[in-house]
Design a protein around this ligand. Structure first.
Ligand SMILES: Cc1ncc(COP(=O)(O)O)c(/C=N/[C@H](C(=O)O)[C@@H](O)C(C)C)c1O
Length: 391
């Protein structure tokens, strides 16, 4: 349950039986033919996999390097989140659970949980910071439409961290009939492993597709990193292929600075330090007493003060190269992809595009780059156009 010195299960004793039950169930079903057949069915017939590895010829021409986009924006619901919620909801079904709870920030994970909740017949409840309820309201409507109860969390900074704390409180009380469906490669073991494995469908498809199209592996893979699940999903199958460079792009917000109260960014790998958050030892944004600082980012999905422990470890051993772009660069990429390729990226995914735009000429990314397009930008139109008015 450790990734180097990171990972572990830093949770109240009362949660250990639930974590042990989950780990045993995962070990039992992960290779079960019936489970795998049902998983493959949902991935194909419900999520719409496999997603294209699209050659962005206009972007490639403009930036002088071959750029392929892994189109997780085309997964049902508009983001990679459904890959993980299908896997975990199936696991919950095989465990005999009747109820799903989840946290959400950008609302994509909440929506993806609502989708599998409705489709597989679970009672479903999602915890969401009041601030995020405001800025991702279309996703709140989508969750409610699919029968999910959305709890607007008023405590603390009213963002993701507070939503996770409320979800954990609920889980402790209702663990008998409830599965807590975590949305990223964060939290106590076995969650970072389970989410990584379900998201690895992304990287496994890329491995086949890039050989078909280019006859070789990419020089580099670039993915935005909030909790780190789309990044770990696309990176994981390539970890042993050391010639493939891996770049997790974090949210640089309005600069890698912090006050006593809050960070002006969400770059836990680039500018954080060792700490404990939501059950894992990882890299976090914290004050000198270990109190978690509030993060900030133009994109709700990257607005998180921690990061997955496996990413912290991979950065530690130099297998991935953490980087970041600020809000402005991400917004510029949002417009650039929309205009050059007719693809509107999520603000989260725009961070990965921005890094490629910035570094394409540097040689650092090589001649063949794959970018994880983790989601589509429909949910962000209000935000982007309200910012535009301010210009
Ligand atoms: C389109 C899109 N792209 C990337 C992310 C970042 O999540 P990771 O892939 O787990 O780093 C997100 C994260 N979304 C979560 C959510 O919708 O609830 C996020 O806010 C929290 C799970 C952290 C996203 O929506």
């Amino acid at each position: 349950s450790m990734y180097g010195r990171y990972g572990g299960q830093f949770v109240p004793e009362v949660l250990m039986p639930a974590l042990n039950e989950l780990e045993e169930a995962y070990e039992r079903y992960r290779d079960d033919p019936r489970f795998l057949e049902e998983l493959a069915y949902y991935m194909k017939e419900f999520a719409g996999r496999e997603t294209p590895l699209y050659f962005a010829r206009n972007l490639s021409k403009k930036y002088g390097t071959k750029i392929y986009l892994k189109r997780e924006d085309l997964v049902h619901g508009g983001a990679h989140k459904l890959n993980n919620t299908i896997g975990q909801a199936l696991l919950a079904k095989y465990m005999g659970k009747k109820r799903l709870i989840a946290e959400t920030g950008a609302g994509q994970h909440g929506t993806a949980t609502a989708m599998v909740g409705a489709n597989m017949g679970f009672d479903t409840e999602v915890y969401m910071g009041a601030k995020d309820v405001q800025r991702q309201h279309m996703n709140v409507y989508r969750m409610q439409l699919m029968g999910t109860v959305v709890h607007s969390v008023q405590s603390g900074s009213k963002t993701l961290k507070d939503a996770i704390n409320e979800a954990l409180r609920d889980w402790v009380t209702n663990v008998e009939n409830t599965h807590y469906l975590i949305g990223s490669v964060v939290g106590p073991h076995p969650y970072p492993m389970i989410v990584r494995d379900f998201q690895s469908v992304i990287g496994n498809e890329v491995k086949r597709q890039i050989i078909e199209k280019e006859g070789r592996y990419p020089d580099s893979i670039v993915a935005c990193a909030g909790g780190g699940s789309n990044a770990m999903g696309i990176f994981h199958p390539f970890i042993e292929n050391r010639e493939v460079k891996l770049f997790p792009v974090e949210a640089g917000g309005c600069g890698l600075k912090s006050t006593k109260k809050e960070a002006l960014h969400s770059a836990s790998l680039c500018a954080g330090e060792d700490g404990i958050l939501q059950g894992a030892h990882t890299r976090v944004l914290q004050d000198r007493y270990g109190q978690i600082l509030e993060s900030s980012s133009v994109s709700a999905g990257l607005d998180y003060s921690g990061v997955g422990p496996e990413l912290a470890h991979l950065a530690d051993i130099g297998r991935i190269k953490p980087c970041n772009v600020n809000d402005e660069e991400a917004l510029e990429a949002f417009y650039e992809l929309s205009r050059t390729e007719g693809i509107i990226p999520a603000l989260e995914s725009s961070h990965a595009i921005a890094y490629v735009m910035k570094m394409a000429q540097s040689g650092e990314l090589g001649d063949l780059v794959v970018v994880s397009l983790s989601g589509r930008g429909d949910k962000d139109l209000e935000t982007v156009f309200s910012l535009k008015k301010k210009e």
